[in-house]
Design a protein around this ligand. Structure first.
Ligand code: ADP
Ligand code: MG
Length: 257
């Protein structure tokens, strides 16, 4: 983080509900270029929904979202999604890469083909260009010797690293991760988190929903604690875990093993 950086993501008064009621209530969050931000909070508090709103997999009901200078604004009056909303959502989505808890790679394609696919199909990149970039990215995530394997032959940690390479192949400005290590055996968690640390060192902007509290504390620029659809506390990890200000944060941390 430095003082001159432009905020890459600005969330203002974001609200989102489903049929059963409000899930995100007046979320405000500003993320600078190069930040690594961890989001923690109890199950069901809205972490995944917030990430999905950030890349417009879900479209917020009300509020304003700016990603890389593209602003989507909604006041709740629009019925369904109009053309402007969908166009803005599309612009924002292009800037954002996402990795899920268990992202299945295409099983009938090699790891290399998996990483090449979206740039070729979505961006119309030439095969040679897409392949060179895919090779570079797979080496970066430590899969240089697994490129021609099929996904079923990879470990969970290797699969998640390939999923990261695949997201990076679209040249996102922001990476979102929704519990990327929660489905992994404990001994495979570190190799995936290391990829995020490496990307952080290169200046990538990253937002991760995680239960890895040590990573949240040590690797993040700051930690966002959410509860019941609200951001309760945003704080430096060292401070949040040692002396949380809010009673709800204290309550959550007390129940961690
Ligand atoms: P978290 O990721 O923190 O566990 P979620 O964002 O997945 O929380 O969910 C927050 C709340 O929103 C939950 O009550 C969940 O049931 C509800 N929810 C999430 N997605 C949908 C959906 N597509 N339709 C209806 N309710 C949803
Ligand atoms: Mg979730």
């Amino acid at each position: 983080m430095n003082g001159r950086a432009q905020p890459l993501v600005v969330v203002e008064n974001l609200c989102k509900g489903f049929e059963d009621g409000e899930v995100l209530n007046n979320i405000n969050l500003t993320i600078e270029e190069g930040d690594l931000v961890s989001i923690i909070g109890p199950s069901g508090c809205g972490k995944s929904t917030l990430l999905r709103c950030l890349n417009c997999l879900e479209i917020m009901d009300r509020g304003r979202l700016t990603v890389c200078g593209h602003t989507l604004e909604r006041d709740g009056s629009e019925k369904g999604y109009g053309k402007d909303t969908l166009m803005k959502a599309h612009e924002i989505r292009k800037e954002v890469g996402m990795v899920f808890q268990s992202f299945t790679l295409f099983p009938h394609k090699t790891v290399l083909e998996n990483v090449m696919l979206a740039p070729m199909v979505v961006k119309g990149e030439d095969r040679d260009v897409a392949e060179a970039r895919a090779v570079e990215l797979l080496k970066k995530v430590g899969l240089g010797d697994r490129m021609n394997r099929y996904p079923s032959t990879l470990s969970g940690g290797q699969t998640q690293r390939a999923a990261i390479a695949r997201a990076l192949a679209m040249n996102p400005r922001v990476m979102l991760y929704d519990e990327p290590t929660s489905a992994l055996d404990p001994e495979l968690v570190g190799e995936v988190l290391q990829v995020m640390r490496d990307l952080d060192a290169e200046g990538m902007t990253q937002i991760i929903v995680t239960h890895e509290m040590r990573f949240a504390k040590d690797a993040s620029d700051y930690v966002v604690f959410m509860d019941r659809g609200e951001i309760v506390e945003i704080e430096d990890g060292e401070i949040l875990f040692s002396s949380p200000k809010n009673e709800r944060t204290r309550e959550f941390l007390r129940h961690l093993v």
